[in-house]
Design a protein around this ligand. Structure first.
Ligand code: HEC
Length: 188
């Protein structure tokens, strides 16, 4: 009996070793990355770099919902480009489809701007952060190039933060929490 037990333990240990060996990098490093992912998933900082890292770690194109009824490559307007695909994180998606009248803190909306030939030109995000931007419904804005670099205004300012260019146009739909696409409160 003791014999069989120690064989079982040996098998279990062997399995553990195999499982560990299958992980990319050493086990500890992977665990640290997972912990970091969990932390950023709950609250990326209000910097363009943190948002971009958060999008990559979330693998948003695979894991987030597209804007309901829009799908991929729908037709956009100036200044955003000809073809758009817009993703919502879980917080934003639940709010939109649940009939919320404004986006809660933690909501992230990512819009990809494509050229007419379907090359990705830019990625714009709106991230709702409690207390961040009292004059503009607490939205944090970014615009990245397809490479992941922040885009710049003509004066060299990196496009992250309380961006006048973005919010002065989006304020036109203030009653819809600055969102042009879809109708909040309708449970789309
Ligand atoms: C001149 C007006 C205008 C400016 C400036 C503008 N947007 Fe938009 N934005 C729109 C419109 C209109 C839409 C709806 C999609 C479309 O028709 O192109 C939109 C859509 C979006 C969306 C999808 C959610 C929504 O509101 O529908 C995001 C995210 C977004 N814009 C981010 C930004 C960011 C970031 C900037 C600044 C870098 C910016 N926008 C500048 C007009 C503007």
């Amino acid at each position: 009996m003791i014999h069989r037990l120690s064989r079982l333990v040996a098998v279990a240990v062997g399995l553990a070793v195999v499982t560990t060996a299958c992980r990319p990098g050493d086990g500890e490093e992977a665990a640290e990355t997972e912990a970091a992912t969990a932390a950023t998933v709950s609250a990326p900082d209000t910097t363009g770099a943190a948002i971009w890292a958060h999008l990559q770690e979330s693998d948003y194109e695979a894991n987030w919902q597209m804007w309901p009824d829009k799908g991929s490559f729908y037709t956009g307007n100036q200044p955003h480009g000809m073809l758009l695909t817009t993703y919502l994180n879980d917080v934003a998606y639940q709010a939109l489809t649940g009939g919320a009248t404004e986006m809660p803190a933690g909501a992230i909306i990512v819009k990809q701007n494509y050229m007419p030939d379907s090359t990705l030109a830019a990625v714009t995000t709106m991230f709702k952060v409690a207390g961040y931007n009292a004059d503009h419904n607490d939205w944090f804005f970014t615009k990245h190039l397809a490479s992941g670099e922040l885009d710049k205004a003509p004066n060299g300012m990196e496009l992250e933060g309380r961006l006048p260019g973005c919010q002065n146009c989006h304020v036109g739909v203030q009653a819809n929490d600055y969102l042009y696409t879809g109708q909040l409160g309708a449970g789309n």
